[in-house]
Design a protein around this ligand. Structure first.
Ligand SMILES: NC(=O)c1ccc[n+]([C@@H]2O[C@H](COP(=O)([O-])OP(=O)(O)OC[C@H]3O[C@@H](n4cnc5c(N)ncnc54)[C@H](OP(=O)(O)O)[C@@H]3O)[C@@H](O)[C@H]2O)c1
Length: 302
């Protein structure tokens, strides 16, 4: 797969952009990394220090046009070091793909302040700090693409996933504002909205620090966890969209002259959008509530 994104200045590196991706050690990020290795782009694959070794184990190695660097998206030092190196080597980042993300699974009452901060730092503050870091170069060359990986959770919320939703709603709001701000500079911002994916990512869902064993817990919300965890897991296992398909769809937006602000990358993302838009709010919320698994048993007698 080799192409020059429409409008990319031919005088810049012979028409070959520099693309930076975060969170490439697994799932969608790994699939994006594999796809990008097939292009002629200059590619910067980043992963958290704890899992950077997985890239080599999975056959991803450096070359004259591919570099692999450790980057915790929440660390200013990591972000600065990687961007500075790219600026010195290739002039700057033309395409930023903010893919890294985590999901905490806890009811709002059981999220601690620390959990909330981690959730927001990884899914919202880190990605936006990276945007800020690459924008001067993009504005300077009057061309840039920012792809922020969002979720259907950025348009709808589910019990036990409230903080995850909040982080994606924050990402959606900031990206929407950035879309207006950057359009005059020919820097396009796209939110990739993803629904359920057929992958093992549910294993990476984090419990809050204060209650590390939620499913076995005897707390007042135990039935919420007992029902919601397997419900989400089953939906993911039943999903048709794989990380590979999603990666190809994400990269297809780079072939568009005018990529949309919101790009649904799975069928269910499109479906949820229409559901939310077409139904009166009261009806929508009632239907979603009635569809919650085992909700009649959520509150147990003392
Ligand atoms: N899978 C789904 O059903 C789904 C649905 C909607 C949206 N999404 C979004 O899609 C994106 C990718 O998720 P995925 O499904 O591919 O999940 P995944 O397999 O769990 O991958 C997440 C990646 O983010 C990395 N990461 C986590 N914290 C990081 C940090 N502080 N700094 C740098 N990297 C970090 C992880 O690294 P480690 O391995 O080191 O933790 C991993 O490489 C996320 O933004 C997610 O919210 C996924």
């Amino acid at each position: 797969m080799s192409f020059t994104p429409p409008g990319f200045p031919a005088e810049l590196r012979g028409g070959l952009p520099v693309v930076l991706v975060t969170g490439t050690s697994s799932g969608i990020g790994l699939a994006l990394a594999r796809e990008l290795m097939q292009t002629d782009f200059r590619v910067v694959l980043t992963a958290h220090r704890r899992s950077i070794h997985k890239l080599e184990e999975r056959g991803l190695t450096e070359s004259s046009r591919v570099i692999i660097r450790a980057m915790d998206v929440t660390s200013k030092r990591d972000r600065d070091a990687v961007i500075l190196e790219i600026e010195r080597r290739w002039g700057g980042v033309d395409i930023l793909i903010n893919n890294a993300g985590v999901a905490y699974r806890a009811v709002m009452e059981e999220m601690s302040g620390v959990d909330e901060e981690r959730q927001q730092d990884i899914n919202y503050r880190g990605p936006m700090a990276l945007c800020r870091r690459v924008l001067p170069h993009m504005r300077g060359s009057r061309w840039g693409r920012i792809l922020n990986v969002s979720s259907v959770s950025g348009m709808m919320a589910m019990p036990t996933m409230g903080s995850y939703s909040a982080s994606k709603w924050a990402l959606e709001g900031a990206s929407e504002a950035l879309w207006y701000e950057m359009k005059p500079w020919n820097v396009r911002v796209t939110l990739i909205q993803i629904g359920f994916v057929h992958s093992q990512s549910f294993k990476n869902v984090r419990p809050p620090v204060a209650r590390p064993h939620l499913e076995a817990d005897r707390g007042p919300y135990r039935e919420y966890y007992r029902n919601m965890g397997p419900f989400v897991e089953a939906k993911m296992q039943a999903a048709h969209a794989t990380p590979e398909v999603i990666a190809r769809r994400i990269l297809s937006t780079l072939k568009r002259k005018s990529p949309p602000l919101r790009f649904p990358a799975t069928k269910d993302a499109r479906w949820f959008y229409f559901l939310r838009r077409m139904l009166p709010r009261r009806v929508y919320h009632l239907l979603m509530y009635l569809a919650l698994p085992g909700r009649r048993e959520w509150v147990q007698d003392k």
